[in-house]
Design a protein around this ligand. Structure first.
Ligand code: BGC
Length: 747
């Protein structure tokens, strides 16, 4: 038989999975009623489930690693995308697509290896949280979601919102900071953005995966109510805002039980209390059983061969056949996967064949905007009568020191690693195996500055020798030291000091030249013993694909910094609840307990409770302009606390303010003196003002009651504080709240 050329192209496209076997339009009039788009996701799920065999249902609840793992004798399924995180077989005869999964929160990541996928990287999640701008979170999510779709992925393993309870956690850079409201809102917005591409995003890691040391072996205990008001509240906000199709359960145990077989976390909190309709997937290597896992709420085992056994393959089939896992439960497991695929539009909009047909320039600018809005100006002092930043136009000799700033910017390591277009700026850095390598993106702050200061002589010194660097600094009008702290999945940092003798480097440079600016690229908080000796400090986190450009624009004043800290920077580690990371001195296989005795007093709440003075408080961030607040009012209508005020830009430059509303009870007893109740980022021209109204989620005014699963607001007087950070109240009003009891979802 002779095929026309056009037909054979279509045939190949079918074979490659680029075209669904039945399109939505065909199906609506055919024998596939579940493809009718006017039916609800729940109805469509039930219709297709009826057609599925036992083996087809089982195939939906098992995922494979999408990368060869020779040390485990594992070859990835041929249908998976190379060097990807995961793959699940769909049921093509019923129009159920395969599931292609990619990490993660800052872009389409690639597992290490010979042919990495090069994509656009957002700045770290911490940076995005530091924007305090949910729109930026959404746009970044939408951008990385679109790259995921173009790359042939229909599930992005994004949405990390573990609370920064342990500042030394190696994965803090992926998350949204220490406050449940800010973290939940920002990560929820990102999930929404990812899913706007008709693909699924996860929410992870469920729950209490707040440190990497011993993550497979540790057992977390925390007062139940305190957990609902901290880690779980951040996840709950992100869940409500983002409506993720999937939730990834975590490695650690909670109350003695693995996260991925915790009846409490999965069946009770997530599915029953919050009403989650999508599916729970395990983290890679986090499934430990068949019957307990399936019956306690795990819907899909991920990442074979990372678990000790393929618990959800033959063993699950046997358990369903002999009734230890009911047929109804298997239908629920497979049905939850289907429900999310229908609800998020994956079924009706199959992902195309993988390509790299992406507008990288445009996407780079989206990432850059995020970086520019998240950088935090921590210090900007007058030296010889003028503030150091923005950099003076007439500078003639600028010294740039350290962190390979002549060629690139740093990123965080591990499964979330996005590889840069055009290759790494510096090769051969960091560990040879996971979570390495240490990746610098080829966006040079020095080159970006050179464009802006064409008349200046800009010199670079690697910064490995403090004396040599000091010599260059002494000969220059101004010195910019780039200091870094590489953090990565699977390892916590040993302490909050900058590594590799960088404190000594900064100290000696600052001594040589009073006009010293420090630009930090860190996963989170670091100590700054040299702080009072330098003129300016900018926290640039991990600034992503266009980070060099973003840094230059902030330093030069083209962009007015508006990032505010989403975490507290401690003045010393002995201010933290734990002297060292729990279990960090244990042997790799040793089991241990982590008792979160501080309960919901996480971050600034702990600092205020204990009266510790931080180096920089939560919410802190300077600007090149000034803002003033007035007309603060608080009223209660139908039990709802509304707060209104006016913000004015009183300086000479346009800029963005982050107005922060804190709430503090006068007599009710909370875990800490105050909580962030609401916030609003406002963009203002010089002299311009804006009226803002925000509402406070009632859960942030309440104490959770474990016994009857309610949030209880105590009757009485509360203070509503409008502030620039937790330590900078500007104005406050008092308000009387009536007693109120809300259900588990704050309704
Ligand atoms: C990480 C997850 C990630 C998964 C797949 C795990 O090690 O904890 O966040 O999504 O790997 O790469």
């Amino acid at each position: 038989m002779k095929f026309s050329k056009k037909l054979s192209v279509i045939a190949i496209a079918y074979a490659l999975g680029a075209i669904p076997f039945v399109t939505a339009q065909d199906a609506s009039s055919s024998a596939q009623p579940w493809m009718k788009t006017d039916l609800s996701a729940a109805e469509r799920t039930q219709l297709v489930l009826k057609e599925m065999t036992l083996d087809e249902k089982l195939s939906l609840v098992v995922g494979y690693f999408g990368t060869d793992a020779p040390w485990k004798n594992f070859t990835r399924p041929v249908e998976s995308h190379p060097q990807s995180a995961g793959f699940v077989y769909g049921v093509p005869r019923l129009g159920i697509p395969h599931i292609w999964q990619a990490d993660a929160g800052v872009g389409v990541a690639s597992q290490g290896g010979p042919n990495v996928r090069e994509r656009t990287a957002l700045p770290s999640g911490m940076n995005t949280a530091a924007t305090w701008n949910p729109q930026v979170g959404f746009e970044g999510g939408a951008m990385i979601g679109s790259e995921a779709r173009t790359s042939g992925f229909n599930v992005l393993l994004a949405g990390g919102v573990n609370l920064v309870r342990e500042p030394r956690n190696g994965r803090n850079f992926e998350y949204g900071g220490e406050d449940p409201l800010l973290a939940g809102v920002m990560v929820g917005a990102q999930i929404k953005g990812v899913q706007s591409n008709k693909i699924v995003s996860t929410l992870k890691h469920f729950a209490y995966n707040d440190q990497e040391s011993g993550r497979f072996h540790l057992n977390v205990t925390i007062d139940e109510a305190a957990g609902r008001m901290s880690d779980l509240l951040a996840l709950q906000f992100a869940y409500e805002i983002g409506n993720p199709g999937s939730v990834m359960c975590s490695y650690n145990r909670v109350y003695g039980v693995y996260g991925c077989e915790s009846e409490y976390l999965l069946n009770e909190v997530l599915k029953k209390d919050w009403g989650f309709k999508g599916w729970v997937m395990s983290d890679w290597g986090a499934t430990h059983s068949t019957i307990p896992a399936a019956n306690n709420g795990l819907d899909q085992q991920s990442g074979l061969p990372f678990d000790h056994a393929a618990y959800f393959k033959e063993p699950l089939k046997e358990a369903v056949t002999n009734g230890w896992v009911t047929q109804a439960r298997l239908d629920d497991m497979a049905g939850r996967v289907l429900h999310a695929l229908f609800e998020q539009g994956v079924m009706d909009n199959p992902v195309p064949q993988a390509s790299n047909n992406i507008d990288f320039k445009k996407h780079g600018l989206i990432s850059q905007k995020d970086a520019e809005e998240g950088m935090v100006l921590l210090r900007n002092e007058k030296v010889n009568g003028a503030t150091l930043l923005p950099l003076a136009k007439e500078l003639k000799k600028i010294a740039i020191i350290g962190s390979h700033a002549n060629v690139g910017v740093l990123s965080g390591g591990g499964s979330s690693q996005v590889y840069p277009i055009g290759g790494m700026a510096v090769k051969g850095l960091g560990p040879k195996v996971f979570p390495g390598p240490m990746v610098y993106y080829p966006s040079s702050p020095m080159k970006a500055l050179a464009v802006r200061y064409p008349n200046a002589r800009i010199s670079f010194d690697e910064g490995t020798n403090p004396q040599a660097a000091a010599k260059l600094a002494a000969e220059s009008d101004l010195t910019i030291v780039f200091a870094n702290q590489w953090t990565a999945e699977s390892v916590d940092v040993p302490n909050l000091s900058l590594p590799d003798n960088q404190d000594a480097l900064i100290a000696s440079v600052a001594k040589a030249n009073a006009k010293t600016v420090v630009v930090l690229q860190t996963g989170g908080a670091v100590l700054m013993p040299w702080l009072n000796d330098v003129g300016a400090v900018v926290e640039a986190w991990y600034p992503g694909t266009n980070g060099g450009e973003a840094i230059a624009r902030v330093l030069s004043g083209e962009v007015n910094p508006s990032g505010h800290l989403p975490i507290t920077f401690p003045a010393a580690e002995n201010q933290l609840p734990r002297a060292i990371v729990d279990g960090s001195l244990k042997k790799p296989e040793e089991r241990f307990e982590v008792n979160y005795f501080e309960g919901a007093a996480v971050g600034y709440k702990w600092f205020e409770l204990k009266n510790h003075q931080p180096l920089f408080p939560f919410g802190f961030g300077l600007s090149y302009t000034d803002f003033a607040y007035s007309d603060l009012k608080a009223d209660v209508k139908n039990g709802q606390l509304n707060v209104s005020f006016s913000v004015k830009n009183t300086g000479a430059l346009a800029g963005k303010d982050v107005a922060q509303v804190y709430v503090a009870p006068k007599s009710a007893k909370w875990e800490a003196p105050k909580r962030l109740g609401a916030f609003q980022k406002v963009d203002l021209k010089p002299g311009e003002s804006s009226n803002v109204t925000v509402t406070v989620d009632p859960r942030l005014l309440a104490m959770y009651q474990s016994k009857d699963k309610t949030w209880k607001i105590a009757k009485g007087e509360y203070e509503v504080i409008l502030a620039k950070s937790t330590a900078e109240p500007q104005t406050s009003v008092k308000v009387k709240l009536p007693a109120r009891k809300l259900d588990v979802n704050g309704k």
